[in-house]
Write a protein that binds this ligand. Structure first.
Ligand SMILES: [Zn+2]
Length: 300
């Protein structure tokens, strides 16, 4: 399965001429999942030829404007792209009132099933479809903020000799790949060491916005790719703490302590016209760091 993240917005607080506030997409073979929806998200989708009707669910981290001001526009634009598929939106309490109020006051038409779910218990939240699961983690910011962990479902690659031996059909191969047992001439065939190779599960964590949190790495156990906010350089650590944001150093320390493979930095203060110092600061703590940029697609 293809699994990647497409970055749409990388700024904290404000859009600029070329860059917008937080938004990104998780992309699998057939689906897109939107995480946060800052102002200008639709424009970035058009610039990067994203088919927005493929968005299956939206995950909102918190209700600050730089994460949700693009959402009403996106939801109403689906009218013009003939969206018929239902759309699920997940976010903290208040997300339902926000969307319903804007849609109601602007007399907007929504001609698809829009289901808005408020996450009241972060620890037990779970989204699941045929390809991925999503769980939630608490982040520490000025208002309630939720991080999300996307995991592909466990799947098995079938050994070629097994396909030949049992003359497996396409449907039987798919069932074994999902981890189901099948029956061939009354002989059960199980997904085990003799028939399949377990594919390692890839996962992606989205952590924006948050103050440095020592307890965060343990919640990120098993995560491969971590996106972590990096609003400031460490020279502004005091300001970062006061506004409950992180520095590049903080983000890298979290990545190192969590044992992830790859760190993506984002949510940059617009005071930094050159982002390389943020990258270098993070790399002094953790090796594998990438700067989020609008339009960048990164394999998970
Ligand atoms: Zn923000």
């Amino acid at each position: 399965m293809d699994l990647s993240v497409i970055i749409l917005g990388t700024n904290a607080a404000l859009p600029t001429k070329d860059t917008i506030t937080s938004a990104q997409l998780i992309q699998t073979n057939h689906n897109l999942y939107l995480i946060d929806c800052g102002e200008g998200t639709q424009i970035k989708m058009q610039q990067h030829a994203i088919k927005k009707n493929k968005i299956r669910a939206v995950f909102i981290s918190h209700l600050h404007g730089d994460h949700i001001f693009g959402l009403p526009g996106l939801l109403t634009s689906f009218l013009y792209s003939q969206r018929k598929e239902p759309l699920q939106i997940f976010g903290p309490p208040g997300i339902k009132a926000y969307i319903e109020t804007v849609l109601s006051l602007s007399a907007s038409y929504i001609l698809y099933d829009l289901m808005i779910y408020e996450i009241t218990d972060v620890d037990t939240f779970r989204y699941e479809d045929e390809l991925i699961t999503v769980s939630a983690i608490p982040l520490q910011h000025r208002i309630q903020t939720i991080g999300y962990i996307f995991r592909e479902k466990t799947r098995f690659n079938i050994l070629p000799e097994v396909i030949d031996k049992y003359n497996l059909t396409y449907e039987e191969i798919k069932a074994l790949k999902r981890g189901e047992s099948i029956r061939m001439d009354s002989i059960p065939v199980h997904p085990d060491n003799n028939t399949t190779v377990l594919h390692p599960v890839r996962s992606y964590a989205y952590c924006s916005d948050t103050i440095y949190d020592e307890s965060l790495p343990q919640r990120l156990a098993g995560v491969n790719t971590l996106y972590h906010e990096s609003t400031y350089l460490h020279a502004l650590k005091k300001q970062a703490d006061e506004r409950m944001h992180s520095t590049s150093h903080d983000a890298a320390l979290t990545a190192k302590n969590a044992g992830v493979d790859k760190l993506i930095l984002g949510h940059f203060s617009t005071r930094y016209s050159d982002l390389n110092p943020l990258l270098e600061e993070a790399r002094s703590v953790f090796n594998n760091v990438i700067l989020a940029r609008e339009g960048l697609e990164i394999a998970i």
